[in-house]
Design a protein around this ligand. Structure first.
Ligand code: ASP
Ligand code: MG
Length: 408
């Protein structure tokens, strides 16, 4: 018994039958003696449909009006689900972001939560009501509606769990939990029983789409007990926490891929101090995120620097660098927008030499060429051609997890 925050994604509330299913999960949790706060996403593709509607009317609509529009999807879900719970005979109330005091900064479309005034929530919970909260939305200091960025309902749920000191935050979705690789790609991918915040954060950032990465960051910061599970299967999910029982684990927890990557190479830069600083501060000023960076060893008086950006930033990055070509002094820019990043993640690799070598061996055996490499304490990423990415995930997964099965 305790306080449980549950979050249901768009597919879990896509139609009347599924909303009734969610109402059942919520009320069963309540009947077991828990206080329940449930955060809902917009039904199915609602948010995408709303984006299309806006584009038909004004492709350059202001961000304020976009948020006004996009926030409506979640309001539909919570009211419908409240009706389903009323029909089951339980006390329930639905609340929008502003009604629960979800305060954000003013950054429309990608707002950050600054504070949650929890009086209203506490009062409703005090009366033993089930509280349904519209995900993905808040209110800024102008009393205007803001949204938290695509996938932001996860973050709404974790933020509520943090301020309410919830015993558990359950993220219900359409898969059974977090897998060692995308199960649609790797047939013997396994569901993880547990994973650390850091690993989950890397996986979420590297392209595994189960959780919004900001929600994981927040869960780690406030030590929120997270569980990712399916609203359809009833199976136990994946627990996300500080430490996990590493004894039974493979050195890695998962393999992820991200195709939203482009590589730029500045060839023939002058081999002077300060060049890298100039290049990357230009990009930073334009808020272009740079990921993997590689600088060649200088030959005579020139060197090359290559780096990756999100594909959507490629043209802007190229344009900025070309504009500053005279000052930077390079021969040419080479771009590759058909590459992909494949990564392995695992807290277990810190103390086990040879993990990167195992990954490279799998790629070598498969004849897949590596263009760039980057590592951190708990991940190794390689840049490969996009056409090789799926196969790379499969062979790397095989190498680690079949080996693991053999050792057991
Ligand atoms: N409905 C929003 C979206 O599709 C928020 C969410 O689902 O988390 O991005
Ligand atoms: Mg979503």
């Amino acid at each position: 018994m305790g306080l449980i925050v549950q979050k249901f994604g768009g597919t879990s509330v896509a139609n009347a039958e599924r909303i009734r299913n969610v109402a059942r999960i919520i009320t069963e949790t309540y009947q077991a003696g828990n206080d329940v706060v449930a955060v809902l996403s917009a039904q199915g593709d609602t948010t995408d449909d709303l984006l299309e509607k806006a584009a038909e009317i004004n492709p350059r609509a202001s961000k304020r009006e976009m948020d006004m529009l996009l926030s409506t999807g979640e309001q539909v879900s919570i009211s419908l689900c409240a009706m389903a719970i009323e029909a089951l005979g339980f006390p329930v109330i639905s609340l929008t972001g502003w009604q629960v005091g979800m305060k954000t900064n003013r950054n429309y479309g990608d707002a950050r939560i600054t504070r949650i005034d929890k009086e209203r929530l506490a009062a409703e919970l005090g009366q033993r009501k089930i509280v349904l909260v519209a995900g993905f939305q808040g209110i800024n200091r102008f009393d205007d509606v803001t949204t938290l960025g695509r996938g932001g309902s996860d973050t709404s749920a974790v933020a509520l769990a943090a301020v309410l000191h919830a015993d558990l935050c359950q993220i219900y979705t359409d898969v059974d939990g977090v897998y060692t690789a995308d199960p649609r790609l790797v047939s013997d991918a396994k569901k993880l029983d547990e994973i650390t915040y850091d690993e989950m954060l890397e996986l979420a950032t590297l392209g595994a789409q189960v959780l919004h990465n900001r929600s994981v960051e927040m869960a780690k910061k406030y030590k929120v007990n997270l569980e990712v599970l399916s609203s359809f299967s009833g199976n136990p999910g994946t627990k996300v926490k500080e430490v996990v029982k590493t004894m039974e684990k493979s050195h890695i927890s998962g393999v992820a891929k991200d195709k939203n990557i482009a590589r730029l190479a500045l060839v023939g830069l002058s081999n002077q101090p300060g060049v890298a600083f100039q290049v990357f501060s230009l990009l930073a000023r334009e808020k272009i995120n740079v990921d993997i960076i590689l600088q060649s060893i200088g030959r005579e008086d020139t060197k090359d620097i290559s780096f990756t950006v999100a594909r959507s930033d490629l043209e802007r990055a190229r344009e900025i660098l070309e504009r500053h070509a005279p000052a930077l002094g390079f021969d040419r820019i080479e771009v590759n927008d058909h590459c992909a990043k494949v990564s392995i993640v695992g807290a277990g690799m810190i103390n086990s030499p040879g993990v990167a070598a195992t990954m490279f061996e799998a790629l070598y055996d498969a004849g897949i060429n590596i263009n760039m490499i980057s590592t951190s304490e708990i991940k190794v990423s390689v840049l490969v051609e996009e056409k090789d990415a799926d196969y790379a995930v499969q062979v790397i997964h095989n190498q680690f997890f079949q080996e693991f099965e053999r050792r057991r």
